[in-house]
Design a protein around this ligand. Structure first.
Ligand SMILES: [Zn+2]
Ligand SMILES: [Zn+2]
Length: 83
């Protein structure tokens, strides 16, 4: 208990880059504050939550379903962009 976003994380907010390379370049995600941080610590200095350093793992099923959705929407868009 006691997790609070104090706004400190904003100062360490990572630069905007494609999500696919976020973790490769050392950015870590605070799921509580909801943003990527450029820090060496394993915990968020703001809310003390453990930072996510890899996108693989528990969310695999969600990622799979998301990929299917994006593929379907891409197929739908193709005919329109073609004409
Ligand atoms: Zn925060
Ligand atoms: Zn945080």
């Amino acid at each position: 208990m006691g997790r609070t976003c104090k706004g400190i994380c904003i100062r360490y907010k990572a630069e905007p880059v494609p999500n696919s390379i976020r973790y490769e370049i050392g950015q870590k995600h605070c799921t509580f504050c909801g943003l990527f941080l450029k820090v060496d610590e394993t915990r968020c200095m703001c809310c003390k939550a453990v930072l996510r350093t890899k996108s693989r793992g528990k969310k695999k099923n969600q990622e799979d379903s998301f990929e299917i959705n994006s593929t379907e929407s891409r197929n739908l868009k193709n005919p329109f962009s073609y004409y």
